[in-house]
Design a protein around this ligand. Structure first.
Ligand code: CMP
Length: 148
């Protein structure tokens, strides 16, 4: 059926995502079941800075850019994730993320994110330290990640 097909399609993909590869295979298959997919075209805004956010994204194909104060703060390609910060910290989106060329993503809503990625929340939080470093190096405001 559909669920079996989807599980098969994403299970292997998810083992290649750095934050998910240490997860229990059963938990990872639950993530695979909950994923939805969407394709954005070149320059299309996936996340807008300052807006409320309820979605966590992983890139399946193509690339994207995170932008803050007109500065590119990160480039994303296959297997990279973004949009976790608003969900972890219950705050508005810290940056804008735009598709670069065509970009296919899989995504989870807030409820699935909390339920399924609970076991790796610590890892996600730890990675936020890198964001702070990047913003400091670029001379940008770090208020969006203070109090972490
Ligand atoms: P979120 O705040 O939900 O939406 C914007 C996303 O940009 C954010 O989650 C992170 O996933 C991502 N991002 C990439 N680099 C940074 C950074 N240096 N500071 C904050 N967010 C970043």
């Amino acid at each position: 059926d559909n669920i079996a097909k989807k599980r098969k399609m994403y299970e292997d993909f998810l083992t290649h995502i750095s934050i998910l590869k240490d997860m229990d295979p059963y938990e990872r298959s639950k993530v695979a079941d909950s994923l939805k997919t969407k394709t954005f075209s070149d320059e299309e805004v996936i996340i807008k800075e300052g807006e409320p956010g309820d979605t966590f994204y992983i890139i399946v194909d193509g690339s994207a850019l995170a932008i803050k104060d007109k500065t590119v703060i990160k480039t994303y390609s296959k297997g990279d994730y973004f949009g976790e910060l608003a969900l972890l910290k219950n705050q508005p989106r810290a940056a804008t993320v735009k598709a670069k060329d065509s970009c296919q993503v899989v995504y989870l809503d807030r409820k699935s994110f909390k339920r399924l990625l609970g076991p790796i929340e610590e890892i996600l939080h730890r990675n936020v330290e890198n964001y702070k470093k990047v913003l400091k190096e670029l001379g940008l405001d770090t208020a969006c990640i203070e109090g972490n």
